[in-house]
Design a protein around this ligand. Structure first.
Ligand code: SAH
Length: 349
């Protein structure tokens, strides 16, 4: 399996043990390497003080050591939210966000460079999909934020740019590496993966027997309206989505979350609230309301604060567990894809 360019940081410990053996090195070297990469967050081979020079030379010849480069960092003066723009080894750009909550620090990472899902309200999709990220490129967003901030991380959400289930194999590999007891060892319960609803992959994910939280970006309660704002709704109906969520819940015992971006005059009526409650109830789903982050290119606006609260009350009266996503980093480019999009627009002028 070994060969030039193989991505060292995307390899599981057993795979690394195999590769180390192939190189004719003792097995304990694999564990050392793994620790350097995933626990001590070594920036490069140089930092690996107990790895012999000859072994480093062999590694350089046969593997790539994936690092991301920080291109921009914005720190909100309002709430300490930090937004990062990272360049991947091929110079493509992705965004990640660091957020401080009462319960701990959370990082939001991207799973693809751009996105091809085409949701009408989302800036990430404006420039289309460039490519999917490898497991190591997803991990590195977290590792680099830890290196730069020195902060502990208690939650990770895959809610940045990209559709994680459109990058399924790398996503699952990333989850195993991030939650591995020999690595950073994040609890699977502290990891949320958000999807626009690629139904067959939702069933696949259920079968992985992970205890991560699955969040479904629902955003509409009828197929007709969902198709207006999310092209993926042309492929899968809400009925199919609900069946997939039920299967996920049955198999994993994990309640799903519905994300619902409130767009003024589009999906914020009393009938929408009633429909949303009817979908959430049988699944005991938690609802996360997100007042839509206005994207200039699209012309969508969020309802007034009072209307958002009223929508929440309507759900609560129907016994639904609901929260309003706190707006964070309003003074920096908060919405998904906006920092990257602005950088790309700037560099074109
Ligand atoms: N592709 C995945 C994850 C990325 S988007 C998904 O669709 O879930 C993360 C969440 O932010 C999704 O619920 C998405 O619909 C939402 N989102 C995207 N742009 C937004 C905007 N401008 N305002 C509010 N929410 C937005």
């Amino acid at each position: 399996m070994a060969g030039p360019g193989r991505d060292l940081k995307s390899m599981t410990l057993p795979e690394l043990e195999g590769a180390v053996k192939e190189m004719g090195l003792p097995a304990f070297r694999a564990r050392q390497l793994y620790q350097w990469m995933h626990v001590k967050l070594a920036p490069d081979y140089e930092a690996m003080s107990n790895i012999p020079a000859a072994m480093k030379e062999k590694l350089r010849e046969s593997f790539t050591y994936t690092r991301v480069r920080m291109i921009d960092r914005q720190i909100s003066r309002l709430d300490g939210t930090q937004k990062f723009l990272f360049a991947m080894p091929d110079d493509s750009l992705v965004e990640s966000v660091f957020m401080k909550y009462k319960f701990g620090n959370s990082i939001c990472i991207s799973s693809q460079v751009g996105c091809r899902m085409g949701c009408r309200f989302c800036a990430s999709t404006l420039d289309g999909l460039i490519r999917s990220l490898s497991a190591s490129e997803m991990l590195e967003q977290i590792y680099e934020i830890r290196r730069v901030t020195g902060e502990k991380i208690s939650h990770v959400v895959v809610m940045g740019t990209g559709e994680p289930l459109d990058n399924y194999d790398n996503l699952v590999r990333f989850i195993h590496l991030l939650t591995d007891e020999n690595g950073m060892h994040l609890s699977q319960r502290s990891l949320t993966v958000s999807t626009c609803g690629i139904v067959p992959r939702m069933y696949d994910l259920a079968r992985e027997d992970l205890s991560i939280t699955l969040a479904l970006s629902l955003h509409a309660v009828t197929d007709e309206k969902r198709r207006e704002i999310m092209p993926i709704a042309n492929r899968y109906s809400i009925k199919e989505l609900m069946e997939a969520c039920a299967a996920y819940f049955d198999r994993t015992g994990r309640q799903v979350t519905f994300e619902y971006s409130l767009i003024r005059g589009v999906n914020d009526s009393a009938a929408d609230a009633a429909g949303l409650a009817d979908l959430a109830r049988p699944l005991k789903a938690h609802i996360n309301l997100i007042p839509v982050n206005p994207v200039r290119e699209r012309g969508y606006e969020h309802p007034e604060d009072d209307a958002v609260r009223a929508f929440k009350n309507k759900l609560e009266k129907r016994g639904i567990n609901v929260s309003i996503r706190r707006v964070m980093g309003r003074d920096i480019d908060g919405a998904c894809g906006q920092l990257r999009h602005r950088h790309m627009a700037d560099s074109e002028h």
